[in-house]
Ligand binder design. Structure first.
Ligand code: PLP
Length: 416
C-alpha cells in the first residue's frame, strides 16, 4: 500500500493532521522576508483617508482635511489631451526616461519658470513625484551613510532612508522660525558620512517656505562639503502666497553636478491620480536613474505623458485659479484656528497645509487626530506622522471647500 495516494486507502486510514491555522502575521514570521522590510514606514494620510472613507460609507458626515490633494478636477484641456492620445493609438511602452517631446516640454517649462537651461537628457519622467525621492534615496542610502531630512517633513523621506539602511539625521524645523530651515543648523549636521541632504520648500506638512537669502547661505556653506548630494523636493513650487517667489535650487549652477530636483504635475494641475512627476538629475546619475526606472516601472503611462505636455504648454489659468482659491481658504483656516482655545497657528507661506500648535488643548497629537475624526467627523493628521518634532501639532489640508473648512472649524470650536 505504501506509495498509494491517501484517497485510495481504506476507510480506517487516519486523515492527515490539519494544517495549523495561521494569521497573516504568523505567516510573515514563517517566510524569510528581508529585514529591511520591517524598517519601511508609511504615510498616515492614506490610513486616515481609508478610515474617513469607511466612516462616510457608514453614513457619517466626514469633512476631509486630511489628504493633501487639490479638490479641483484636472483641467479639461489636459484630460482631452490624454483621451486624444489614446484615440491616436499611444498604447505602447514609451522610452523609459519619458517621451522626448515631454522631456523637452519640461526643459522649456523650467526655462520659463526659472530662466535656467536644462538639457532634456537630464530629465526623467516618473510615475509621481515620490518616485524621484525613492530613486534618489536608494541611490545614496546604505548602512554607514547618513542622510539629512526635514522633521516635521514628508514621512516617506524617513521611511525610505531607514529602508535603505542609512542613518536618518533629522533637521528640526521650528515654529518660531515659521518652520523655515536654519541654514547654519543644517550645515552643522553634515559629517563625512553625509551622502544626501533632503530639502523641501514650500513644505509639507508645515506650509513653511524658505526665501532666497536662506538658500544662498546654505549653498555657500555647501561649497565646503562637495561630497554631499542634494534632493530638492519642489513639488509645491507653484503654491506660494502673498507675492512670494519660489527659489529653485536649479538656479545655482554650482550645484548642477550634485542636485536632484523633484517636481511633478500632481499638485499644480490637480493630477494626483495620474501619477506624473519629473526629476532633474546630474549628468553623472541620470543613466542610473533611468536604469532604476527600467528595473521597476519601465515607463510612465503613455497617455498621461501626453496630458503632461498639454498641462505645461496649455493655458495656465486653471492652475492659477486653484492657487487663488487656496490662498482665500488659507486665510479662513488660519484665522479660524487662531480663534480656537488652546490652538495657535503660524501663517503658512506655501503648499496647502496649516500646521497649528495644539499643546494648549492638553491633548497629544495622536489623541487629537482620533478625537477629531471619530467624535467630530473631521479628518486631520497628527503632527507625529511627520516626525518626532511634529508632536504638539496637527496638519490640516485646506484643499477643501471654504464651506467645509468653516463647518470643520465650527465643529471643533463647539467641541473645545
Ligand atoms: N513630496 C511632497 C513634499 C509631497 O507632499 C508629496 C505628496 O503629497 C509628494 C512629494 C509626492 O507627490 P506625488 O503624488 O506626485 O508622488
Amino acid at each position: 500500500m505504501a506509495g498509494l495516494p491517501f484517497a485510495s486507502r481504506g476507510p480506517e486510514a487516519t486523515p492527515p493532521p490539519e494544517a495549523p491555522s495561521t494569521t497573516p502575521k504568523d505567516r510573515l514570521h514563517m517566510l524569510k522576508t528581508a529585514a529591511a522590510l520591517g524598517r519601511l514606514g508609511t504615510e498616515t494620510a492614506f490610513d486616515v483617508l481609508a478610515r474617513a472613507g469607511a466612516l462616510s460609507a457608514s453614513g457619517r458626515d466626514i469633512i476631509n482635511l486630511g489628504i493633501g490633494q487639490p479638490d479641483f478636477p484636472t483641467p479639461d484641456h489636459i484630460v482631452e489631451a490624454a483621451v486624444k492620445a489614446l484615440r491616436d493609438g499611444h498604447h505602447g511602452y514609451t522610452p523609459a526616461a519619458g517621451i522626448p517631446a515631454l522631456r523637452e516640454s519640461v526643459a522649456a517649462y523650467l526655462a520659463r519658470q526659472y530662466a535656467v537651461e536644462v538639457d532634456p537628457g537630464r530629465i526623467l519622467i516618473v510615475p509621481g513625484g515620490k518616485v524621484t525621492m525613492w530613486f534618489a534615496i536608494l541611490m545614496f542610502g546604505e548602512p554607514g551613510a547618513e542622510i539629512l531630512y526635514p522633521d516635521p517633513g514628508f514621512p516617506i523621506y524617513h521611511s525610505v532612508i531607514a529602508y535603505s539602511g542609512a542613518t536618518p539625521v533629522a533637521v528640526p524645523l521650528l515654529e518660531e522660525n515659521g518652520f523655515a530651515l536654519d541654514p547654519d543648523d543644517v550645515l552643522s549636521r553634515l559629517t563625512e558620512r553625509t551622502r544626501l541632504m533632503i530639502l523641501n520648500s514650500p513644505a509639507n506638512p508645515t506650509g513653511g517656505a524658505v526665501d532666497k537669502a536662506i538658500v544662498d547661505r546654505l549653498v555657500t556653506g555647501l561649497a565646503d562639503h562637495p561630497q554631499v548630494a542634494i534632493l530638492s523636493d519642489e513639488i509645491y513650487s507653484r503654491m506660494l502666497y502673498d507675492g512670494r517667489r519660489h527659489t529653485s535650487l536649479l538656479t545655482y549652477p554650482e550645484l548642477a553636478d550634485r542636485l536632484i530636483m523633484l517636481d511633478g504635475w500632481s499638485k499644480t494641475y490637480a493630477m494626483t491620480g495620474w501619477r506624473m512627476g519629473f526629476g532633474v538629475w546630474p549628468d553623472a546619475l541620470v543613466g542610473q536613474a533611468e536604469r532604476l526606472a527600467i528595473n521597476s516601472h519601465s515607463c510612465v503611462n503613455a497617455a498621461a505623458q501626453h496630458a503632461g505636455i498639454a498641462a505645461l504648454e496649455g493655458p495656465q489659468d486653471a492652475a492659477a485659479a486653484m492657487v487663488a482659491a487656496f490662498d482665500e481658504r488659507r486665510r479662513v483656516i488660519v484665522d479660524g484656528l487662531n480663534r480656537l482655545p488652546g490652538i495657535r497657528c503660524v501663517e503658512p507661506h506655501g503648499a496647502f497645509y496649516a500646521f497649528p500648535n495644539i499643546e494648549g488643548t492638553g491633548r497629544d497629537a495622536c489623541a487629537m487626530q482620533d478625537w477629531l475624526l471619530e467624535e467630530l467627523g473631521v479628518a486631520a493628521i497628527s503632527g507625529t506622522s511627520f516626525g518626532r518634532h511634529g508632536e504638539g501639532y496637527l496638519r490640516f489640508s485646506y484643499a477643501n471647500s471654504r464651506e467645509n473648512i468653516e463647518r470643520a472649524l465650527d465643529r471643533i470650536a463647539t467641541a473645545l
